[in-house]
Design a protein around this ligand. Sequence first.
Ligand SMILES: [Zn+2]
Length: 294
Amino acid sequence: MSEIDNPVTKSTRHVLLSVLAHPDDETFGMGGTLAKYAHEGVDVYLICATRGEVGEMEPQYMEGFNDPAARREYELRCAAKKLGLKDVFFLDYKDSGMAGSVHNQDPESLVAAPLENVAEKVKSYIDRLQPDVILTFDPIGGYRHPDHIKIHDATVLAFQNCLAEGKNGSGIQTEKTCPKKLYFHTIPKGFIKFSVGLLKLIGRDPKKFGKNQDIDLQSIIEVDFPIHAVVNYSKYSSLRNEASACHASQGGTATSGGIMGWLRRIFGAKDLFMRAFPEPKNGDMRENDLFAGI
Ligand SMILES: [Zn+2]
């Protein structure tokens, strides 16, 4: 739709900013939610801290690309188009790999960067895009990936810094526009518990899950976060699946079908969020719209 067809100007549209770490986080995690809002008139932006440099891939995916980062940026741009994102911004850090990986030692890696610097970069996009709602990882980064945790911490700090700047000396809110809501995407624990049971049943170790056997599902179900919002994206499931297929080098095609697709069909096309700001009060109803009250 061109600007002429669509009389809604940018200033009257809601803005959603998702702050994540690697190409594929936007789709595998909250892709359904991003597609839903992008197709319902919200300007949806993505900050991606790295280009997923250390993600392993079969040689066939490297054809025509100089390095894995180039392939993964290409995949992310493909997914962003499917999801309907308005723009994608890279923070140009390097993927740190899972905890204990040698890539953690790279001085250019995201985990090696001072938290304040990462938060400052995120804050510069908050100032520029003036989002109404910000989404990021939960405090354990979904599945304890160090880059996810770093981005969670940096986004929370950037959000707090914005609010602090918006107050004058007497502590009264000034005209400064800060995001009105901050949510953490969290993986449905029922889904993981089910998977852990299933893996044990077929004789696999749930502490060594994933392509690189570096995801400890058992340690993920030990932490439970409150769910304050459930976003149903069933109308946009096909877009999420198309975006997922863009991430072919990371198994995106398998995620839409196979066992993951089957589990998703059981648990439904829903994303779960914990609300960090405004702080939920006792008796608050569970939201089904991240823009409720805005
Ligand atoms: Zn990631």
